[in-house]
Design a protein around this ligand. Structure first.
Ligand code: HEC
Ligand code: CU
Length: 340
């Protein structure tokens, strides 16, 4: 069966673009491993059932033809053969019930095993909020809420540590799915839920919304960066810092445009007195490799195009078009790019 696994795996991998990996049959964590084994078990068993059914069907068709050829009188009741057919059907029904029952039990046990991480009392808690059409990630520091970190469309986790995720939605139902690490989990407005996962292998994995939530549902992706605990701590403490005030003239101009224009109504950059919560927190926007929920790479060019006409890239989102002179746009982009 190795070749089959390989073929499926490479098909799945070739679908995953942009450097990250996105595949449910390439588990990178203990929850996903459980799900992957269950998936393969289901595939093997259902494939076997399919082959058996096809063989039986083939035999039945072939036999029927022979019987006609022998021109058995239509009125003669072939009681003996009927009995045999009835027995076969009974055995088949019994086997189906047993198989389905066994699959149900395994599936149930997998579900229980996946939930077992809760017992480890994870130290890291991340609140993820679904928005049309982006993800807000909040790293919660229970001891010191001023150390909470707000970012978007990007999840950093240390390898080998249990993570607690709190899910909520502000608008419609979304579903968080990072196939390499866990199964789908719904985000239902007014009903916060919790789940646990752990990454066992460093890497970059793509996740996405798996429940149709409106026009830009397909452009609602996020990246999971599983890294060593040291790298994770470095990332987290960098995110906790308030970015230094710009000293460069162009960046200063960018800051004043940002802080005094519409941007501030919807976005927050720590240390600038802005506190909009409609769009993603931009305090460390330059540290994110992608913007607009995985739609664009975070380059100067893309940022400028996004700010000028986000509706062209994601029609229907809450961010309006903005009209700036080339010089103002350069200043704005230079400032945003300084927010490492
Ligand atoms: C009416 C609210 C609103 C205004 C005004 C607004 N934005 Fe946005 N912005 C959003 C929303 C919502 C998103 C998320 C869109 C998405 O990805 O679906 C966003 C996304 C962004 C992003 C991408 C962030 C990321 O991590 O993906 C940048 C950069 C950005 N806005 C910059 C600006 C700038 C600069 C201005 C001012 C010129 C501005 N925005 C004005 C609502 C707004
Ligand atoms: Cu969605």
């Amino acid at each position: 069966m190795r070749w089959a696994r390989f073929a499926l795996l490479s098909a799945a991998l070739s679908l995953a673009s942009c450097g990250g990996n996105q595949s449910a049959v390439d588990a990178a964590g203990i929850q996903a491993e459980r799900l992957e084994s269950l998936w393969w078990l289901f595939l093997y068993i259902t494939a076997a059932v399919y082959v058996i059914v096809m063989i039986v069907l083939g035999v039945a068709v072939a036999r029927r033809r022979r019987a006609t050829a022998a021109s058995v009188p239509e009125t003669s009741p072939d009681i003996k053969r009927d009995n045999r057919a009835a027995t076969i059907v009974k055995v088949a029904v019994a086997l189906s019930v047993v198989t389905l029952f066994a699959l149900m039990v395994t599936s149930f046990r997998t579900g229980k095993a996946i939930a077992s991480l809760a017992d480890e009392k994870p130290e890291i808690a991340i609140k993820i909020t679904g928005h049309q059409w982006w993800w807000e990630m909040e790293y919660q520091d229970e001891g010191n809420p001023s150390h909470n970190v707000l970012t978007a469309n990007e999840l950093h986790v240390p390898v080998g540590r249990a993570i607690k995720v709190l899910l909520q939605s502000t608008d419609v139902i979304h579903s968080l799915w990072m196939p390499n690490l866990h199964g789908k989990k719904d985000l239902v407005p007014l009903y916060p839920t919790t789940f646990y996962f752990e990454a066992s292998r460093p890497g970059t994995y793509w996740g996405q919304c798996a429940e149709f939530c409106g026009y830009q549902h397909a452009k609602m992706r996020f990246m999971v960066v599983a890294e060593s605990p040291e790298d994770f701590s470095k990332w987290l403490s960098a995110q906790q810092q308030t970015p230094p005030q710009p000293t460069d003239a162009l960046e200063k101009r960018g800051l004043s445009i940002f802080a005094t224009s519409v941007c501030a109504q919807c976005h927050t950059i720590q240390g600038t007195g802005t506190n909009g919560r409609v769009g993603p927190n931009l305090t460390h926007i330059a540290s994110r490799p992608y913007i607009a929920a995985g739609s664009l790479q975070n380059t100067d060019q893309n940022l400028a195009e996004w700010i000028a006409d986000p509706q062209h890239i994601k029609p229907g989102i809450k961010m309006p078009m903005n009209f700036y002179s080339d010089e103002d746009m350069r200043a704005l982009v230079a400032y945003l790019k300084s927010l490492k």
